[in-house]
Write a protein that binds this ligand. Structure first.
Ligand SMILES: NC(=O)C1=CN([C@@H]2O[C@H](COP(=O)(O)OP(=O)(O)OC[C@H]3O[C@@H](n4cnc5c(N)ncnc54)[C@H](OP(=O)(O)O)[C@@H]3O)[C@@H](O)[C@H]2O)C=CC1
Ligand SMILES: Nc1nc2c(ncn2[C@@H]2O[C@H](COP(=O)(O)O)[C@@H](O)[C@H]2O)c(=O)[nH]1
Length: 478
């Protein structure tokens, strides 16, 4: 990447400060762009879901892995739950979605409580042999009380597909019948759900799979307590990526932990952070990190910069750290501050191998929190920072009240925020479509067929606030 007219300013920049100029291109179609990251994690798109409790759980992990990304389970979840979540994700189908199932005698209230857990908007009603006997959608509830049993309201005109049916006919069939989704069966037994959009997406995305063909999943650990024991357990459970994550990643204890964990497994990919300097990047790589997590203070739930004055504008942090890592044959993950597809494109242009996204994904059906409605009827989810009082309280739950109170004094994050579900993009895959469309397009503007070419070719300039504002769509007249 280079700056337009070689005008690199002497001060640090963030994503909003940057624009990219189009260049002569030989790439005829956005579909000719291969977005496989260079970091050899096994992902097929450059997106990692943050290890935040309000963002990353098993539903998020399976859904994004099906589209080629990887989610990282947070360090605050009890080990037995993490182990069962890894096993669950590894057991999921790489194409068909996991259905929400209920029995014919279950109530409409139970169905409504579950329906927003997944984006496909349906509950499959199954009999005692796990054979689908009906489909319930929210529209079926209109005019019935909450205790009505599902067999009275569900649709029984079932369209089902046999396992292995090609995706294009599935799409055509659903579209012609104006259905959004249908059960997939092996014999008569339910094995998944396929949606119209899902069938389309499966022809455009490649799932992120391990050597056995199972979906990828990562896990995070901190640097306190029995880190070695926990890392060994996570490796045994089959984690595909270990993220060692603390606010200040450039500290001695962190480097020791990275070395220890490298010693446990020479092959498991280790991501460590967070840092924002070349020195921090080099030290983490020398200790054994394959990927360095870059970003101090850009996160949406972050109060670090306001509390401490510490951090660095994210574009410059990514640019410097990526260069330092690449000189050592390693890569970085740009963590935090992603609000638009353009931010992802700019991080990749600056040399990041992938980007980590948290809060944007908190406002989706797949994040772990329950979906709530505000007084205007809008759907939202609660989000909170991993260094907030709420997270610190949970992390220190086994310690004495005194120790907990001491730790809570050092909060550096927001404890309660509302992330609204975008009615146009309520599922994480909708946001991934949006991001990937933007990044593919950005690559063609730079004449790049791969992310490496994109990083090499990209030419960026620095814009004023007015320049940034000019690029924002105007949705009402002025
Ligand atoms: N990317 C970012 O900008 C930030 C991210 N976070 C996120 O919050 C989560 C919790 O992180 P963290 O609070 O580090 O968790 P942990 O409590 O797991 O670990 C922090 C360790 O580092 C020590 N430490 C030394 N200096 C600092 C410092 N300035 N800030 C924090 N700890 C320090 C702590 O000791 P002691 O507690 O005794 O000081 C503790 O031993 C992580 O997921 C992290 O990514 C948090 C802040 C910033
Ligand atoms: N300073 C804090 N940073 C936090 C906290 N919780 C998470 N984070 C960091 O933010 C990114 C995600 O950024 P986003 O803009 O996509 O939400 C995450 O990966 C952490 O590095 C926090 O409480 N304080």
């Amino acid at each position: 990447m280079r700056f337009l007219d070689d005008q690199k300013p002497p001060y640090d920049l963030t994503y909003n400060d940057i624009f990219m100029v189009p260049a002569r291109s030989e790439v005829g179609s956005r579909l000719d762009v291969d977005l496989t990251p260079v970091d050899r994690l096994g992902t097929t798109i450059p997106v990692v879901v943050s290890n935040m409790t309000a963002v990353s759980g098993k539903r998020m992990a399976e859904t994004v892995a099906r589209r080629g990304a990887i989610a990282v389970l947070p360090q605050d979840i009890p080990l037995d739950i993490v182990e069962s979540n890894i096993a669950f994700v590894k057991s999921r189908h790489p194409i068909y979605e996991t259905p929400i199932t209920l029995r014919p005698g279950d109530t409409l209230q139970e169905a409504l409580n579950l329906i927003h857990k997944r984006a496909h908007g349906a509950v499959i009603v199954v009999n005692e042999n796990e054979e689908p006997v009906g489909v319930f959608t929210e529209n079926d509830a209109v005019g019935f009380d909450r205790f009505t049993q599902l067999h009275r309201v569900m649709s029984t005109e079932l369209l089902t597909f046999q396992d292995g049916t090609p995706l294009e006919p599935i799409f055509e069939s659903l579209a012609s019948k104006r259905l959004t989704c249908a059960p997939v069966v092996r014999g008569r037994r339910l094995i998944g759900v396929v949606t119209r959009k899902g069938a389309l997406r499966s022809t455009l995305y490649k799932p992120a799979l391990d050597a056995k063909g199972h979906l990828l999943i990562g896990t995070a650990i901190g640097i306190n307590g029995d880190v070695k024991g926990k890392a060994e357990a996570l490796l045994r459970a089959g984690t595909d990526l270990l993220v060692i994550d603390v606010a200040h990643g450039h500290q001695r204890k962190m480097l020791e932990v990275v070395e220890t964990i490298r010693g446990l497994s020479p092959t498991v990919p280790i991501m460590a952070g967070n840092v924002v300097t070349r020195e921090g990047t080099r030290d983490l790589i020398s200790a054994g990190a394959d990927l360095v997590k870059v970003g101090v203070g850009p996160g949406a739930m972050c109060t670090t910069r306001m509390m401490t004055g510490v951090g660095r504008p994210q574009f410059s942090a990514v640019l410097d750290c990526a260069e330092a890592a690449r000189k050592l044959g390693r890569y970085i993950c740009a963590d935090g501050g992603i609000r638009h597809p353009r931010d992802v494109a700019l991080a990749l242009a600056a040399g990041a191998a992938n980007v980590m996204i948290g809060s944007w994904f908190a406002g989706t059906y797949e994040s772990p929190a329950d979906t709530q409605r505000d007084s205007d009827g809008r759907l939202y989810k609660e989000n909170f920072g991993m260094a907030s009082q709420r997270a610190v309280k949970a992390r220190a739950r086994t310690e004495s009240l005194f120790e907990r109170a001491r730790k809570e004094l050092f909060e550096e994050g927001i404890s309660t925020s509302r992330m609204y579900l975008d009615p146009d993009r309520p599922g994480v895959e909708d946001i991934l479509d949006h991001i990937i469309a933007g990044v593919r397009s950005a690559c063609t503007y730079a004449g790049a067929r791969t992310l490496e070419e994109f990083h090499r070719n990209a030419v960026v300039g620095v814009q004023s606030q007015a320049g940034y504002e000019e690029g924002r769509p105007v949705r009402t007249s002025w």
